[in-house]
Ligand binder design. Structure first.
Ligand SMILES: Nc1ncnc2c1ncn2[C@@H]1O[C@H](COP(=O)(O)OP(=O)(O)O)[C@@H](O)[C@H]1O
Ligand SMILES: [Mg+2]
Length: 246
C-alpha cells in the first residue's frame, strides 16, 4: 500500500504537519513548525537548508528514530508513529536505511559485524531468520563492492572517515530497504573522499531504484537530484516539483 500524488506518482513516504519541541530547562522550544514531505518511488530528493534549520531533527522523525510532538509519518500505508513500538521497529527495519553524518558505527565490532547489526536486530524481533554464514558472506560481498576488501575485520577506530561511511552505507543497505535517508553523508569528509562516497550512494540509488532522501549543503549535488526542497526555520519552503530524468 502506498499513497498516490495527484499526478499519479507513487509516494513511499509522506509526512504531514510534523512538529517537534524540545524541553530546554523549563522552556519548551518548537524546532519543527508543521513540516511536510512526499518522497516518491525511485526518486532522488535533496533537502537543503542552513545549519540549525531542523533538517536532522526532521530526518530522524522520518527515519522513525525520534518521535514527533505532533504530526504524521506514513510508510507503506501505515501511520508509523501511531503504531506500537515493536511494529514501528519492524517497519523501520523493513523499509528504511539511514546514513548519519557521523557514522554511528559500534566501536567494538568489525566492519562486517557492523553491517550485520540490522540483520541481528531483525532476527531478535523474530522478523527475519539469521543464517550466519550466508549473512556474513553477503555483508562481505557488499563491503568488497564498496572497495573495503582489506578492511573487513577492522574496527571503526582503525578506519578512515571515508571507509567508515562506506561501512555505514553497507549497513544501511544490508536488508534491502526501499528508502534510504542520508543526513549530510559527506559532511565530515574531505572533498575527494566525499565525492567518492557520494558516487557510491548515487550508484546504489540507481541500481536498486531506491527512494533517496539526502541532506546536503552542496549545490552541485542538488543538481544531480530529481527535486530539491529547502528547509527554513523548521518548515519546508519550496517544492521545485520538476522531475528530471537521470
Ligand atoms: N535534543 C535537542 N534538544 C534541544 N534542542 C535541540 C535538540 N536537537 C536539536 N536541537 C535544536 O534544534 C535546532 C535544529 O537542529 P537540527 O535539526 O540539528 O538542524 P540542522 O540539521 O538543520 O542543522 C537547533 O537549534 C538545535 O540546537
Ligand atoms: Mg543536521
Amino acid at each position: 500500500m502506498s499513497e498516490f500524488a495527484a499526478d499519479g506518482r507513487d509516494a513511499v513516504l509522506t509526512a504531514r504537519d510534523v512538529r517537534k519541541s524540545f524541553q530546554v530547562g523549563d522552556r519548551s522550544i518548537e524546532i519543527l513548525h508543521g513540516a511536510h514531505i512526499d518522497l516518491f518511488r525511485g526518486e532522488r530528493l535533496c533537502l537543503m537548508g542552513q545549519s540549525g534549520a531542523g533538517k536532522s531533527t526532521f530526518l530522524h522523525i522520518l527515519g522513525l528514530l525520534e518521535e514527533p510532538t505532533e504530526g504524521e509519518v506514513r510508510i507503506d500505508g501505515k501511520n508509523a508513529w501511531a503504531l506500537p513500538t515493536t511494529e514501528r521497529a519492524r517497519l523501520r527495519n523493513q523499509h528504511i536505511g539511514f546514513v548519519f553524518q557521523f557514522y554511528h558505527l559500534l566501536p567494538e565490532l568489525s566492519a562486517v559485524e557492523n553491517v550485520l547489526v540490522p540483520a541481528m536486530i531483525a532476527h531478535s524481533h523474530g522478523d527475519r531468520r539469521m543464517d550466519r554464514a550466508a549473512d556474513r558472506e553477503r555483508a562481505r560481498d557488499l563491503l568488497v563492492k564498496f572497495g573495503l576488501e582489506r578492511r573487513l575485520t577492522h574496527r571503526p577506530g582503525q578506519l578512515s572517515g571515508g571507509e567508515r561511511q562506506r561501512v555505514s552505507v553497507a549497513r544501511a543497505l544490508f536488508l534491502d530497504p526501499a528508502i534510504l535517508i542520508a543526513d549530510e553523508p559527506t559532511g565530515n569528509l574531505d572533498t575527494a573522499t566525499g565525492e567518492a562516497v557520494l558516487e557510491l550512494l548515487l550508484d546504489e540509488q540507481r541500481e536498486r531504484d531506491l527512494s533517496l532522501l539526502l541532506v546536503t549543503h552542496d549545490e552541485r549535488l542538488s543538481e544531480r537530484c530529481d527535486r530539491t526542497l529547502h528547509m527554513e526555520d523548521g518548515q519546508i519552503q519550496s517544492d521545485s516539483a520538476v522531475v528530471i530524468p537521470h
